[in-house]
Design a protein around this ligand. Sequence first.
Ligand SMILES: C[S@@+](CC[C@H](N)C(=O)[O-])C[C@H]1O[C@@H](n2cnc3c(N)ncnc32)[C@H](O)[C@@H]1O
Length: 394
Amino acid sequence: MTPGARMQTAIELLDRIIAAARDQGAAADTLIARGFAERRYAGSKDRRAIRELVYDAIRLCGERPATGRAAMLALVRARPDLAAAFDGSPYGPAAIDSAEPVATAGPLPGWLAKAFARSGLDAAEQAALLDRAPLDIRVNRLKADRDALAADLPGAEPIAFLPDGLRLAADTPAERLPAFSEGRIEVQDAGSQWVALAAGVAPGMQVVDLCAGGGGKTLALAAAMANRGSILACDIDRGRLQRLMPRAERAGVTIAETLLLNPGREAEMLAPHAGRADLVLVDAPCSGTGTWRRNPEARWRLSPDRLARVAGVQAALLDVAAELVRPGGTLVHIVCSLLDEEGAGQAQAFLDRHPGWTVAAVPPGAGSPRGVGVRLTPRQDSTDGFFVAKMVRP
Ligand SMILES: C[S@@+](CC[C@H](N)C(=O)[O-])C[C@H]1O[C@@H](n2cnc3c(N)ncnc32)[C@H](O)[C@@H]1O
């Protein structure tokens, strides 16, 4: 493909990504993969170049741009060498007109920059949210040993605060390694591994993973429990939950079972489990501000209303979870967000609503204290951003 054709493709993909962000549609990665499937003529070098253009434009524009072309023109302002691709050729974009609209560059929409500042995150922390994420894996201790595995993976580095974590070279095709198909490794960000570990499960416990999704944390908990005890993995999303059991099988996890919940009927459906769990994990749906390194277009999806809605769901889920915890048992609140509205503020609000509940310490190792819990940030911890707090039932 010519530079012009690559640029035009990037602009068309950006148009779809912008529309999907506005309408809560598919993620950028999915849309890019679909776009390439429609353009079989694009070779691997073309795809890499187009992908880079798209993500560079997404990272550059904090506010959702009006069009892909406006976003790309903002990128041209930052990198004038790209202007030559606007060549007006049959497959390329029209020549640049100096009067046409250009998207605003800047890391974040203004309202979010203020929300981060209120949550104690300065400009450097905010900028680090858009860094490129490293590739981390969790070695499944039910089937493998980290040191032995590291010796087989060139460039693999142990992650200091994780007993089972390895950081791989960013271009490692982790999911194509035999160790992946054999269930000896899972691709999992170091922060995600750490908050699962910080939950403090032990073999033999009865655990409820209330927002289990595809089971990333469920599998980590099961490994930490030496596959002894039980984990009830719940979610309202059938598609996600259906991915859990095949993963559990691959990982040799036998203690997990799934329960598909109906939204609004969670408490009723979980009533048979009330007051019995040693530990309930609420890895709550959230704004995902901590994962922007992987999907930077997510900041185009967020609005003050949406943030308020998701915080309301978190509060409701914590209340549902509280009923499941046995006296003396633990409720763990996790969000992959850095905003206090979802993290420290949410945990404190739970304690205010539930007199008698106390706070349990999150073990040291990573993150910094934030309110009643601990927060990990991309800048300080080189992980996705997370908040975790542990509350104990009287
Ligand atoms: C952060 S994701 C969970 C990720 C998962 N624990 C993991 O480690 O891979 C949040 C999950 O909450 C689920 N969810 C949203 N509303 C829910 C509800 N009312 N009850 C249970 N799960 C819910 C979503 O479907 C989503 O899978």
